[in-house]
Design a protein around this ligand. Structure first.
Ligand SMILES: C[S@@+](CC[C@H](N)C(=O)[O-])C[C@H]1O[C@@H](n2cnc3c(N)ncnc32)[C@H](O)[C@@H]1O
Length: 358
C-alpha cells in the first residue's frame, strides 16, 4: 500500500500550513548565514534543492530568502529545485514559478520541479550546493507493520488522554523504519551534494515533555473511533489504519551523523542542531480572542491538509469513502469546538545542519 500521495492539493495545503512555515522560518537564518559563507569561487550553476516541497508556497518562501543571500557574493546562475512525490499536486508551484511572474526578482534564477521519493537519489552526482527538507522526513517510506490496532500513530496517544495503546515492539518498528529512512535520505543527498555543500534537515517531532502529535492525532483518533461506533468502518479497518508518520526525538535525528561506525559520519560533519517550539498562529489567536469556532476550524483544516490522503488510502475499501472522510473531519472539528482543553496542540520542531565532507 502506498503510504501517502502527498498533501491535500488544490491550494488546501498552501492555505493551511502557516505553522510549518513558522517552523521553517526559525532556521532561515542558519541557511542565510550558510549561503553567505559558501565557497562560490568556481563557475557554473549554484543549485538549491528542497525535498518534500508540497504545493510550494513554503518552499518558494525559503528560496526567496536564499537567492539574495547567494547573490550578495556571486553572479553565478542559480537553480532552485523543488521536489516531492510524483503524486504531489505541483500545479500551484508551477504557477508561482512561472518565469513571467519573476518571483525571485532576479533574472538568473532558473527553477524546476522533480517528482520522486526523497529516499532515493534524484539529482546528478555532486550537483547541489545546498539541500534541505522541512516538515517532511517524518513521513515514512513504507508501512513498517500491517496493523496498529490500538491507536492511529506509532508514537501513541498523549499523556493527557490515555485513549489507546501502542506496544514497545510497535513503536520501535516505526523508530527503526524512521532511522533507515533518514539514513537513505542522507546517503542520497551525500551523492548529490558537492564537497563543502550543506544539508539542512528540519522536521516536527518529540521533545522531552511535548510532542507535535499530541492533540491533533488524539482528536483524529477519537473521530475515527466515532465513525467506528457509527458503523461506518469495521474494527479490522480501524486496526489496519494508521498515519505513516513517526515523531523522532532530536537524538534520533542526530544519531546517524554522530555514530562513528556509520558511513554517514564520514560523509557529513554535524555543524549545528536545535530542538525548539514555535508559537502556532491559530492557538495564539484563540488565546487572544476565545473564538472557539474559528479555532476548531483552523485546527482541523491544519491537520486535515497532511492526514487526509493517508486516511483515504488506508480506508479505500469503504463503500462511501467521501462520506466517511467528511464525517471524520466534521466530527474532529466538532470535538475541538466542544472540548478544546482535551486537545492542546504544540509544535515541536528540530533541525540539524550538516556539511558534506570533501
Ligand atoms: C507536511 S508537508 C511539508 C511541505 C513543506 N516542506 C512545508 O514545510 O510546508 C510534507 C511533504 O512531504 C512529502 N513527502 C512525503 N513522503 C515523501 C517522499 N518519500 N519523498 C518526497 N516527498 C515526500 C509530502 O508529499 C508532503 O508534500
Amino acid at each position: 500500500m502506498q503510504v501517502t500521495k502527498g498533501m491535500v492539493g488544490h491550494g488546501f495545503y498552501d492555505g493551511h500550513s502557516a505553522p510549518q512555515w513558522a517552523a521553517t522560518a526559525h532556521v532561515l537564518s542558519w541557511l542565510e548565514e550558510t549561503a553567505a559563507e559558501l565557497d562560490l569561487s568556481g563557475s557554473g550553476t549554484v543549485t538549491l534543492a528542497d525535498f518534500g516541497c508540497s504545493e510550494g508556497r513554503n518552499s518558494i518562501g525559503v528560496m526567496r530568502h536564499l537567492v539574495p543571500a547567494l547573490r550578495a557574493h556571486s553572479d553565478r546562475p542559480i537553480q532552485t529545485i523543488h521536489s516531492d512525490l510524483p503524486t504531489n499536486d505541483f500545479s500551484d508551484l508551477f504557477e508561482l514559478l512561472d518565469p513571467e511572474g519573476g518571483i525571485f526578482e532576479d533574472e538568473h534564477v532558473y527553477s524546476s520541479a522533480v517528482g520522486g521519493s526523497m529516499f532515493r537519489q534524484l539529482l546528478p552526482p555532486a550537483s547541489v550546493q545546498m539541500a534541505m527538507t522541512f516538515n517532511a522526513i517524518g513521513f515514512l517510506s513504507r508501512r513498517p507493520l500491517d496493523r496498529l490496532p490500538g491507536y492511529i500513530l506509532a508514537n501513541g496517544p498523549s499523556a493527557l488522554n490515555p485513549i489507546g495503546h501502542v506496544s514497545e515492539f510497535e513503536r520501535s518498528s516505526f523508530a527503526q523504519q524512521a532511522d533507515a529512512d533518514l539514513r537513505s535520505f542522507a546517503r542520497a543527498r551525500a551523492a548529490e551534494i558537492v564537497p563543502g555543500g550543506k544539508l539542512l534537515i528540519e522536521v516536527f517531532g518529540a521533545g522531552e515533555a511535548l510532542r507535535t502529535c499530541d492533540g491533533i492525532y488524539d482528536v483524529l483518533n477519537d473521530a475515527v473511533l466515532d465513525a467506528l461506533k457509527a458503523g461506518m468502518l469495521t474494527q479490522e479497518a480501524y486496526a489496519r489504519y494508521y498515519q505513516p508518520v513517526y515523531m523522532r526525538t532530536l537524538d534520533e535525528v542526530m544519531a546517524p551523523f554522530e555514530d562513528s561506525h556509520s558511513d554517514l559520519s564520514t560523509l557529513f560533519t554535524l555543524e549545528r542542531s536545535e530542538l525548539y517550539e514555535i508559537p502556532v498562529s491559530f492557538v495564539e489567536a484563540f488565546k487572544q480572542n476565545g473564538d472557539v469556532e474559528a479555532y476548531a476550524k483552523a485546527y482541523t483544516d491544519f491537520f486535515r491538509a497532511f492526514t487526509e490522503t493517508s486516511l483515504r488510502l488506508n480506508l479505500s475499501d469503504s463503500a462511501d469513502l467521501d462520506g466517511l472522510v467528511r464525517y471524520v473531519y466534521t466530527r474532529a472539528e466538532q470535538r475541538v469546538r466542544e472540548t478544546p482543553e482535551r486537545y492542546p496542540f504544540n509544535y515541536i520542531a528540530m533541525a540539524v545542519l550538516l556539511t558534506r565532507k570533501g
